[in-house]
Design a binder for this molecule. Structure first.
Ligand SMILES: Cc1cc2nc3c(=O)[nH]c(=O)nc-3n(C[C@H](O)[C@H](O)[C@H](O)COP(=O)(O)OP(=O)(O)OC[C@H]3O[C@@H](n4cnc5c(N)ncnc54)[C@H](O)[C@@H]3O)c2cc1C
Ligand code: FES
Ligand code: FES
Length: 1370
C-alpha cells in the first residue's frame, strides 16, 4: 500500500490509505496514476485512444458520452451495471470498477453486437455522433435487467440521450426488438436448459457470470410496431446475436475478489481527492477540511467546476460509505442514506408501494412520479439524494416534496453528534442549508402517510423529459372526518422555482388548516396564494406571469386530485365534475408507433433501394472518426479563443500577462499577428478574424491562445484581460428598425400585380394587418466545431481536417488569413456529426483562427469548441419579423398581400441576405396571391452573426404566411384548411417572381394526406374531446409546403466529382459534398453502382477533399444528391464510354475482369465529372426569373393535446407526406423526413433562445442565456409524436433531377408547423370556454409558457391581461 503524503492525516484517520488505483476498461486492467483527480472519465478514455465515446456537451445533457459501469456489490452479492455520463464522472470515482465503452461492445472486425447490428440495419444512425451513446444506454439496460425490458423501459432508458438527426423513431424501432419475450430465436438457448440459478444475460443471450439469478419472464412486452406497406422492421432472428455471444466481456475476476481501499490522490492545482470507506473517516476529513466538497454523483459539483468555474481544493467521494447508503424500511417510514443514488431510491420506492398498505405510500408515489421526470437515466444512476438536498437548488424537484411530506433530515457532526431537523426548516437561502461546516447529512427519514393523508408532486418544465423545472411543488393535506365534513387537520404547500429557495406557502397553509375541504376553501386559498408567493418582476429566469399562474394552477390541480381521491373513497361535497377530471389525469406516454410507406423504384443495381447508410456499421461501433478523434500529431497544441464579453465596445487595452504565466501556455495571437488579411467574410469581407479596435457582439473573437492541453488553453484564454469602453448596442429587430440599422445594400423587393390598387379598389371584403414574430433556433449538431491544422515543409503547405459543410471555404479562409495561395492549403472532411447549416460558413473563422498559431509556430493545432462556446459564438437560425397587410373576400380568397420582412442578421452579413431572399421567395407558401409586394431588410444587430439553418429562411417566410392564413380563417369563422384549399396554387401558376409551376403535385398530395388522416373525423373527435374536458384540449391542423430546390445564387449550382475505377473492379468516388448524416455518400455511391451495374459494396467514398475535387459549393440547399449524383454519373458515363469498345468485344464475367482488361488496353479509368443545374437564374433588378429548378411538395397533419393549466403539450399523431419523385433511397429519405420534422417541432414548440435584451433584463446584455442542453431544449424521445406516419407520394417521377428523384433535406422541416397550428387550434378551444373568440397572436416556439398564458382563465387573470404576450428574443 502506498502511504499518504501527510503522515499526520494517516494517523488521524487510522486507516490504510492508498494511491494505488486501478480500473478495468473493456476487460483490460489499467493502473490509474496519481495526479488525475481533476480528470473526468471521458477525458481519460479519449486520452487512451477510446474515441468512440463522444463529448457532445460536457454537462450531462446529451448522452453522447454514455458508458457502462460495473462493480461487484458485496452486500447484494451480484454485479451491478449501469449507464453513466462519462463527461461528469470523475476518473477516480470508478476506481475498482469495470468500464465498458462502445469499443468493448463489438466492432466491425470481430463482429457487431446485436444492439449495434439492429441499430445499423434499422437506419437508426445518421451522422452517428450520438450513436455510441444510444448503444451504451441500451447495452447497460440489457445487462442490468434480469428480464427482457419492456418497450416502456427501453424508451425510459434512452431519455438522457439526444439525437438531432433521426427523429428517434428508427432508434426506438431498432431497440424494440429486445423487448421480445421469446428469446430462443436469438439465444438458441431455451430457458429450460439452464442450470438452476443460472442467469441469461438479456444482452448476449448467454449464461452470465454476473452473479444474477434468473428471473422469470413474466413481464409483459409492448406491442410490435405497426408498419407501412413497404417497410418491414427487423425481426429478432435477423440479428446475429448467436454468433456474437462468445465475445461478451465478462466482469473481471480480479474485481470480484478485490478489497476496496480508501484512496488519497491528487489532481491539478493542488486538488486533493479522498475516497474514505467509513463514516468516521469522512467526519475526520471534514474536520480537517471544513470547506471540502462531498461527492457522490458529481452531477452538481461537476457543473459548478466546469461551467461556473468554481475551484474546490478538497473532494471527498462518499459513495462507498455504508452508513450513507442505508435504505431501510421501518414501521414508521423509510430511512434513506444521503449517498443513495436516485435510481436505487426509485427502485425501493416502487417496491415499497407494492408491499405496503396503500394509504401509507402517498408520499412514495409522489416521489416516484417526480423522479420519472427527473433528469435522464444516466444522471439518476449516479446522482444522490444528499447531493440534491445539500445543493439546495431553488428548482430542486425533490426538496419541495421532502418538505411537503414532513421528511426529517438526520445530520451528524464531526464529533459524531446526531441531530434531526425537519426538511421544512433545513433550507435557509439561495443554496444555503442548515449545515455547519463540521456537519454532513447522514440520512433522510420519510414517514408513511396516514389514511386520508395525500401527497402530490407537480413540475412544469420547458421539456417534459430530462429538464429542470420552471416551477415545481409538493403538496400534502391530512383530512379528518368531523361530523358531515372533512376537515383539513394538517397541510403543507411548498413551491420550487418561485424564489431563491424552495418555499412553503405558510399563509395558505394556515388558512386551510381547520377548514372543510370545499369550494370555499379552494377559492380562499387561491386568493391568499397570490400574496403568499411573490415573484419579483426582475426575478432571474423571467417568465414571471407564467410562474405565478402555475402556482395557482398547481394548487387547483391538487384540490381536484384530492377531491377525486376522496370521491372514490367517500362522498364529499367537493366532488369533481367529470369534465374537470382532465386536470388531474397524469400524463402517460404510450410506446411510439409509426409507419413508413413508400414504393421502391429500382434503377440498376442500387438506385432506389433502401440501403443502409454506408458508415452505419462504423458509427454503431464507435469506429467512425470525426475531426476531434484524429490523433494529435507529435508536439501538437490546443487552441482556445479569447472572446468579447461586451455586445458593442471599443477595445481600450488587452493585457495578456495572466495568460502568459498560465500553466502549459505556448502563445497568444491578436489581429496584429495575422500573417495575411485580417478581414474575412463568406460574401462580403465585413468581419475581422481577430477584432482590432471594436467588438460588435459578445463572443466575437479577439485572439487565440495555444497551450499544451485543451484545459490549459481555455484557462489561459480566460486570463487575457480586455478593457472596454462600452457603446450602445442594438439587441432586437425592433431596435434595429428604430435606429435604421441595416446591413448595407440589402433592401430587396418582389412584387406582382398592384397591391395598392387592389386595396383601394374595394374588391377586398376585409383587410387585416398584423405582425408575426418568428423565433430563431440553435443548430445543436451533436458534434461541436472542430479543426486540426498542421503545416508541412516548414510552413510551405497547410493541411487541415475540419468538421465543416464547406471544406473549400476553410481552404479559402485559411489561405486568406495566412497569405498563402489556395493551392497550398488542403482541407479534408471525412464526415461531420451533424451540420444543418451551422457548419456552412460559421466553421471557417474558427479554423482560420487556429491556423494562425499553427502557421506561426509550425506546429499542429487542434481547436474543438466546448458546447457553450459553440452556441455562444457560431450563430443560429435567423429570427424574423413580418408585418403584413392582407386583403381577402368573404369566402376567403386572398387578393392582396403587402408584406415587410426583417431578419436579425447579427453583426456581420454572412449569408443573411440570401436567407432573406429565400424567405421572400417562400412567402407565398402554396397560395395564389394575385397582388403581392414584399419588401425585405437585413438588420444589423449586436449579436453573433446568424447563419444558414435547414430551410434557409424558407420556413420563416412560410410561417409568416400560415399565420395570416390562420387569422383569415378566424376572421371569417372558417377552418384554416378551407382557406388554404381555396387559395392553392396549381399547375401553371405564375409565382410572384415569375417562375411558372410545372409538374405541381400539391393537390394529389394534399388529398392523399386528408384521406390518410381522415381529417373531418379527426376534427369531430377533437371537438368532442374538448366538449368533455375542461382542462385538456385537443387541436388538429393540416399544413402544406412547397420548397424551391437550387441555391438561389446561380453560380453555386455547380458540382464536381472524381471517379476512379481500379483493376479489381472496385470504384473510389470523391465528390465535393460532405457527409453529415444525410446519407449523401450512400446515395451518390448508389448512383455509381447502378451506373457501372456493380454491387453497392464495390463503391467506396472515403472523404471530401479540396485537393481531389476543387471549388465545391458548401453542402447545403438540399440539392447535393441532385448535383453530386449527376456529377458522379457524368464521370461514370465518361469511363463507361471509354470502356465501351473493350466491353462490346468480349463477354466479361465481372466488372473486375472488364476493368483490368481496359487497363491492359491503356484506357484511362479515372474521370472528373461535372454538373451545372440547367435553366435557372434570377435577376433581382427585374425581380423575375427561375431561381429554382423544381419544387418539393409536402403536407402534414398533426393532432396535439395541451394541458391548459400548465401549458404542457404532446403530439398524439403526425402524418407526413412528401413528393420525392422516385426516391434514390427511400429509407434514407424517410429518415430525413422524420429528422426534419422533429427538428422543426423543436423550432415551433420547444426551442427558445434567450438573449440578454430588453425582454430578458436578468441576462447580461447581448449574452446568450440558453447556451447548453441544460437551458436549451431540443426535442427528446419523449417529444416524438405518439403515432408518427410518414409516406412518400407514389407515381410522380421528377423529370428535372437525377433518376427522377427529388431533394429532401430541407422541405419537410416546415411541416412541423402543423404541430404549432394544432396547438393554436387547441388554445382556441380553451379560450372559447371563457368567451374569448377573438383572434390572438402566438409566437413560436409555442412553449408551455406561451400555451398556458394564451389559455385565459381565472388563474392567469390575476397576473396578466387578456392580450398579454410572453416575451421573445427576436
Ligand atoms: C443533466 C442534469 C440534469 C439534472 N436534472 C435535475 C432535475 O431534473 N431535477 C433536479 O432536482 N435536479 C437535477 N439535476 C441536479 C443534480 O443532478 C441533482 O442535484 C443531484 O441529485 C445531485 O447529486 P450528486 O450526488 O450528483 O451531487 P454532487 O455533485 O456529488 O454533490 C452536490 C453537493 O452536495 C453536497 N453533498 C453531497 N452529499 C452530502 C452530504 N451527505 N452531506 C452534505 N453535503 C453533501 C456536496 O458537497 C456538493 O456540494 C440535474 C443535473 C444535471 C447535470
Ligand atoms: S457529453 Fe456527456 S452528456 Fe453530453
Ligand atoms: S445521428 Fe443522432 S445526432 Fe446525428
Amino acid at each position: 500500500m502506498g502511504s499518504m503524503e501527510d503522515e499526520g492525516e494517516m494517523d488521524q484517520t487510522g486507516e490504510e490509505w492508498t494511491k494505488e488505483a486501478i480500473l478495468y476498461v473493456n476487460g483490460v486492467r489499467r493502473v490509474l496514476p496519481d495526479g488525475c483527480a481533476h480528470m473526468t472519465l471521458l477525458e481519460y478514455l479519449r486520452d487512451i485512444g477510446l474515441i468512440g465515446t463522444k463529448l457532445g456537451c460536457g454537462e450531462g445533457g446529451c448522452g453522447a458520452c454514455t458508458v457502462m459501469i460495473s462493480y461487484y456489490d458485496k452486500r447484494l452479492k451480484k454485479c451491478v451495471h449501469y449507464a453513466v455520463n462519462a463527461c461528469l464522472a470523475p476518473l477516480y470515482s470508478v476506481e475498482g470498477m469495470h468500464v465498458i465503452t462502445v469499443e468493448g461492445v463489438g466492432n466491425r472486425k470481430h463482429g457487431l453486437h446485436p444492439i449495434q447490428e439492429t441499430l445499423a440495419r434499422a437506419h437508426g444512425s445518421q451522422c452517428g455522433f450520438c450513436t455510441p451513446g444510444f448503444i451504451m444506454s441500451m447495452y447497460a439496460l440489457l445487462r442490468s435487467n434480469q428480464t427482457l425490458p419492456t418497450e416502456e423501459q427501453i424508451e425510459e432508458s434512452l431519455a438522457g440521450n439526444l439525437c438531432r438527426c433521426t427523429g428517434y423513431r428508427p432508434i426506438v424501432d431498432a431497440f424494440r426488438v429486445f423487448s421480445k419475450t421469446n428469446d430462443a430465436l436469438y439465444t438458441n438457448i431455451s430457458s429450460l436448459s439452464l442450470k438452476e440459478g443460472e442467469f441469461v444475460c438479456p444482452s448476449t443471450g448467454k449464461p452470465c457470470s454476473c452473479g444474477q439469478k434468473t428471473a422469470s419472464d413474466t413481464e409483459t412486452c409492448g406491442e410490435s410496431v405497426t408498419c407501412g406497406k413497404s417497410y418491414k422492421p427487423l425481426s429478432y432472428s435477423e440479428i446475429h446475436g448467436s454468433t456474437y455471444t462468445e465475445k461478451e466481456l465478462i466482469f473481471p475476476p480480479e474485481l470480484l475478489l478485490r478489497k476496496l481501499y480508501p484512496l488519497s490522490l491528487n489532481g491539478f492545482g493542488g486538488l486533493k481527492w479522498y475516497r474514505p470507506l467509513q463514516l468516521q473517516h469522512v467526519l475526520d476529513l471534514k474536520a480537517k477540511y471544513p470547506d471540502a466538497k462531498l461527492l457522490v454523483g458529481n452531477t452538481e459539483v461537476g457543473i459548478e467546476v466546469r461551467l461556473k468555474r468554481m475551484n474546490y481544493q478538497v473532494l471527498i467521494s462518499v459513495m462507498h460509505v455504508p452508513e450513507l447508503n442505508v435504505l431501510s424500511v421501518t414501521d414508521d417510514g423509510l430511512e434513506i442514506g444521503a449517498a443513495v443514488r436516485l435510481t436505487e431510491l426509485l427502485n425501493t420506492l416502487r417496491k415499497v408501494v407494492m408491499e405496503r398498505a396503500e394509504h401509507e405510500t402517498s408520499s412514495c408515489k409522489a416521489f416516484i412520479e417526480q423522479l420519472k421526470w427527473f433528469a435522464g437515466t444516466q444522471i439518476k444512476n449516479v446522482a444522490s439524494v444528499g447531493g440534491n438536498i445539500c445543493t439546495a437548488s431553488p428548482i430542486s424537484d425533490l426538496n419541495p416534496l421532502w418538505m411537503a411530506s414532513s421528511a426529517k433530515f438526520r445530520i451528524i457532526d464531526c464529533k459524531g453528534n446526531i441531530r434531526m431537523t425537519p426538511a421544512e426548516e433545513f433550507f435557509l437561502g439561495y443554496r444555503k442549508v442548515d449545515l455547519a461546516s463540521d456537519e454532513i447529512l447522514l440520512s433522510v427519514f420519510l414517514p408513511w402517510t396516514r389514511p386520508f393523508e395525500y401527497v402530490k408532486e407537480f413540475k412544469q418544465a420547458h421539456r417534459r423529459e430530462d429538464d429542470i423545472a420552471i416551477v415545481n411543488a409538493g403538496m400534502r393535506v391530512y383530512l379528518e372526518e368531523k361530523g358531515e365534513e372533512w376537515v383539513v387537520s394538517d397541510a403543507s404547500i411548498v413551491y420550487g422555482g418561485v424564489a431563491a429557495l424552495s418555499v412553503s406557502a405558510r399563509k395558505t397553509k394556515e388558512f386551510i388548516i381547520g377548514k372543510n375541504w370545499s369550494q370555499e376553501l379552494l377559492q380562499g386559498a387561491l386568493k391568499i396564494l397570490q400574496t403568499d408567493i411573490i415573484i419579483k418582476e426582475d426575478a432571474p429566469g423571467g417568465m414571471v406571469e407564467f410562474r405565478k399562474s402555475l402556482t395557482l394552477s398547481f394548487f387547483f390541480k391538487f384540490f381536484l386530485w384530492v377531491s377525486h381521491q376522496m370521491d372514490v373513497k367517500t362522498s364529499i361535497k367537493a366532488s369533481v365534475p367529470s369534465s374537470h377530471l382532465s386536470a388531474v389525469q397524469t400524463f402517460h406516454r404510450p410506446s411510439l408507433i409509426g409507419s413508413q410507406d413508400y414504393e421502391i423504384r429500382k434503377h440498376g443495381t442500387s438506385v432506389g433501394s433502401p440501403e443502409v447508410h454506408l458508415s452505419s456499421r462504423l458509427q454503431v461501433t464507435g469506429e467512425a472518426e470525426y475531426a476531434d478523434d484524429t490523433p494529435m500529431p507529435l508536439n501538437g497544441l490546443h487552441a482556445a479563443l479569447v472572446l468579447s464579453r461586451k455586445p458593442h465596445a471599443r477595445i481600450l487595452s488587452i493585457d495578456d500577462s495572466g495568460a502568459r504565466s498560465s500553466p502549459g501556455f505556448v502563445g497568444v495571437y491578436f489581429s496584429d499577428d495575422v500573417p495575411g488579411d485580417n478581414d474575412i467574410g463568406p460574401v462580403v469581407a465585413d468581419e475581422e478574424l481577430f477584432a482590432s479596435e471594436f467588438v460588435t457582439c459578445v463572443g466575437q473573437v479577439i485572439g487565440v491562445v495555444v497551450a499544451d492541453t485543451h484545459e490549459n488553453a481555455k484557462l489561459a484564454a480566460r486570463k487575457v484581460h480586455v478593457e472596454y469602453e462600452e457603446l450602445p448596442a442594438i439587441l432586437s429587430i425592433q431596435e434595429a428598425i428604430n435606429a435604421k440599422s441595416f446591413h448595407p445594400n440589402t433592401e430587396k423587393c418582389l412584387s406582382k400585380g398592384d397591391v395598392d390598387i387592389c386595396f383601394q379598389s374595394g374588391q377586398c371584403d376585409k383587410i387585416i394587418e398584423g405582425e408575426v414574430h418568428v423565433g430563431g433556433q440553435e443548430h445543436f449538431y451533436l458534434e461541436p466545431h472542430s479543426s486540426l491544422i498542421w503545416t508541412m515543409d516548414g510552413g510551405n503547405e497547410v493541411h487541415m481536417i475540419s468538421s465543416t459543410q464547406a471544406p473549400q471555404k476553410h481552404q479559402k479562409y485559411v489561405s486568406h488569413v495566412l497569405g498563402l495561395p489556395m493551392s497550398k492549403v488542403v482541407c479534408k472532411t471525412k464526415r461531420i456529426g451533424g451540420g444543418f447549416g451551422g457548419k456552412e460558413t460559421r466553421s471557417a473563422f474558427i479554423a482560420a483562427a487556429a491556423s494562425v498559431p499553427s502557421y506561426v509556430l509550425n506546429r499542429a493545432v487542434k481547436i474543438t469548441l466546448d458546447r457553450d462556446i459553440d452556441m455562444m459564438i457560431s450563430g443560429q437560425r435567423h429570427s424574423f419579423l413580418g408585418k403584413y397587410k392582407v386583403g381577402f373576400t368573404n369566402n376567403g380568397k386572398v387578393l392582396a398581400l403587402d408584406l415587410e420582412i426583417y431578419n436579425n442578421a447579427g453583426n456581420s452579413l454572412d449569408l443573411s441576405l440570401a436567407v432573406l431572399e429565400r424567405a421572400m421567395f417562400h412567402t407565398d407558401n402554396v397560395y395564389e396571391i394575385p397582388n403581392i409586394r414584399i419588401v425585405g431588410r437585413v438588420c444589423f444587430t449586436n449579436f453573433p452573426s446568424h447563419t444558414a439553418f435547414r430551410g434557409f429562411g424558407g420556413p420563416q417566410g412560410m410561417l409568416i404566411t400560415e399565420n395570416w392564413i390562420q387569422r383569415i380563417a378566424v376572421e371569417l369563422g372558417k377552418s384554416p384548411e378551407e382557406i388554404k384549399e381555396i387559395n392553392f396554387q396549381g399547375e401553371g401558376s405564375i409565382l410572384h417572381y415569375s417562375q411558372q409551376l410545372q409538374h405541381c403535385t400539391l393537390l394529389p398530395l394534399w388529398n392523399e394526406l386528408k384521406l390518410s388522416c381522415n381529417f373531418s373525423k379527426a376534427r369531430q373527435e377533437a371537438d368532442q374531446f374538448n366538449v368533455n374536458n375542461r382542462w385538456k384540449k385537443r387541436g388538429v391542423a393540416m399544413v402544406p409546403t412547397k420548397f424551391g430546390i437550387s441555391f438561389t445564387t446561380k453560380f453555386m449550382n455547380q458540382a464536381g466529382a472524381l471517379v476512379n475505377v481500379y483493376t479489381d473492379g472496385t470504384v473510389l468516388v470523391t465528390h465535393g459534398g460532405v457527409e453529415m448524416g444525410q446519407g449523401l455518400h450512400t446515395k451518390v455511391a448508389q448512383v455509381a453502382a447502378s451506373a457501372f451495374n456493380i454491387p453497392l459494396s464495390s463503391v467506396f467514398i472515403s472523404e471530401t477533399s479540396t485537393d481531389k475535387v476543387p471549388n465545391s459549393s458548401p453542402t447545403a440547399a438540399s440539392a447535393s444528391s441532385d448535383m453530386y449524383g449527376a456529377a458522379v454519373l457524368d464521370a461514370c458515363e465518361q469511363i463507361k464510354a471509354r470502356m465501351e469498345p473493350v466491353a462490346s468485344k468480349h463477354n466479361f464475367n465481372s466488372f473486375a475482369e472488364l476493368a483490368s482488361t481496359c487497363f491492359m488496353h491503356r484506357i484511362d479509368l479515372s474521370a472528373h465529372g461535372f454538373y451545372i443545374t440547367p435553366e435557372i437564374g434570377f435577376d433581382w433588378t427585374t425581380g423575375k426569373g427561375n431561381p429554382f429548378r423544381y419544387f418539393t411538395y409536402g403536407g402534414a397533419f398533426a393532432e396535439v393535446e395541451i394541458d391548459t393549466l400548465t401549458g404542457d403539450f404532446h403530439t398524439r399523431t403526425a402524418n407526413v407526406i412528401l413528393d420525392l419523385g422516385y426516391s434514390l433511397n427511400p429509407a434514407i429519405d424517410v429518415g430525413q423526413i422524420e429528422g426534419a420534422f422533429v427538428q422543426g417541432l423543436g423550432w415551433v414548440a420547444l426551442e427558445e433562445l434567450k438573449w440578454g435584451d430588453a425582454a430578458h433584463k436578468w441576462v447580461p446584455p447581448g449574452c446568450l442565456y440558453t447556451c447548453g442542453p441544460g437551458s436549451y431544449k431540443i426535442p427528446s424521445l419523449n417529444d416524438v409524436p405518439f403515432k408518427f406516419n410518414v409516406s412518400l407520394l407514389k407515381g410522380h417521377p421528377n423529370v428535372t433531377a437525377i433518376h427522377s428523384s427529388k431533394a429532401v433535406g430541407e422541405p419537410p422541416f416546415f411541416l412541423a408547423s402543423s404541430v404549432f397550428f394544432a396547438i393554436k387550434d387547441a388554445i382556441i378551444a380553451a379560450r372559447a370556454e371563457v368567451g374569448h373568440n377573438e383572434w390572438f397572436p402566438l409566437d413560436n416556439p409555442a412553449t408551455p409558457e406561451r400555451i398556458r398564458m394564451a389559455c385565459l382563465d381565472e388563474f392567469t387573470a390575476p397576473f396578466a391581461s387578456s392580450d398579454y404576450h410572453p416575451k421573445l428574443s427576436v
